[in-house]
Design a protein around this ligand. Structure first.
Ligand SMILES: C[S@@+](CC[C@H](N)C(=O)[O-])C[C@H]1O[C@@H](n2cnc3c(N)ncnc32)[C@H](O)[C@@H]1O
Length: 153
């Protein structure tokens, strides 16, 4: 059986975790931004919508709990680990968060996420949460300082 180039990379370098990160980053960096029309034509659109609905519901339930545990007007800060191109930007906006840190190992995705955030900010005026963007392998880079700074811990 012939190995794909990624399989070959993995088998040659299985003891070196950084190659796994590289393969994942390459995969996500190479994904094209296809836009909403292509998304609607996807064969798995109903599955994607269902998955998205579950995620929105969970985020909303937990954000309500976080708000209930805070004093009136206190900040709500989130760490979106593996943020990709920012598929959850609207969920954070609708959940009323104050600040979000977006981190992903795929640099291209992080740039697209930042671009989408800036577009949304232009359209939403000053009401949108503030944000930071970090390209990093979250299993290797210590995001602790960012989290402590924003009182996420
Ligand atoms: C299925 S995508 C989800 C993207 C986004 N959260 C969304 O819902 O649209 C998974 C993401 O996790 C990222 N990822 C995987 N391993 C990671 C790691 N070790 N550190 C940071 N990001 C990682 C990938 O680059 C990819 O963007």
């Amino acid at each position: 059986m012939e190995l794909s180039s990624n399989d070959a990379k993995l088998s040659q370098n299985s003891s070196q975790g950084s190659y796994h990160s590289e393969i994942i980053a390459d995969h996500y960096n190479a994904l094209e931004e296809k836009g909403l029309i292509a998304r609607d034509n996807s064969r798995i659109i109903h599955m994607r919508n269902f998955n998205n609905w579950i995620k929105s519901t969970l985020l909303s339930v937990f954000l309500k709990r976080v708000k209930a545990s805070k004093k009136e007007g206190e900040d709500i800060n989130v760490l979106d680990m593996g943020c990709g191109k920012g598929g959850d930007l609207f969920k954070w906006r609708d959940g009323g968060v104050t600040h979000a840190i977006f981190a992903d190992l795929a640099e291209t995705s992080v740039r697209q996420c930042e671009q989408r955030y800036e577009d949304l900010k232009r359209r939403s005026g000053k009401r949108l949460f503030s944000a930071e963007f970090i390209s990093a392998d979250c299993t290797r880079v210590c995001l602790l300082l960012f989290c402590c700074y924003h009182e996420l811990l």
